[in-house]
Design a protein. Sequence first.
Length: 147
Amino acid sequence: MAELLQRLRERKLVQWALAYIAAAFALIQVLDVVAQRFGWPDVLERLLILALAIGFFITLVLAWYHGERGAQNVTRTELVILALLLAIGAGLLWRYGRMPPPGNAAQQGPTAAAATPARPSVWKASLTKVLGDVMPITPSVIFARTV
């Protein structure tokens, strides 16, 4: 275990992971603001989050294999791991990039939205009851719809 921790320190894996997480978080926040201002579709944000998640693992692999000082060569194992990560990432982007978000009535068409009555979900009803017991305000204020 001590040897593994020493190798992690030598390769600066934790530093690379934290730096990537911070940069990805900042990029997601900026994209969220810009996407809301320009009315971009939600699928762009989902694709970016998936791409950044796969990029996190790619960063870890690259930091592991190239984190040590000195001349570094690309090994066959590294290429296989990177190819697998890229294939998984492409599959996830293809799968979730084409799917409409769950419960989006605008994607289903105008007749589907008019045909389904609006009813609260189970978690919403139970949360409303819990919040109504705890908070002095009415729970309907918390879940008020803004149109």
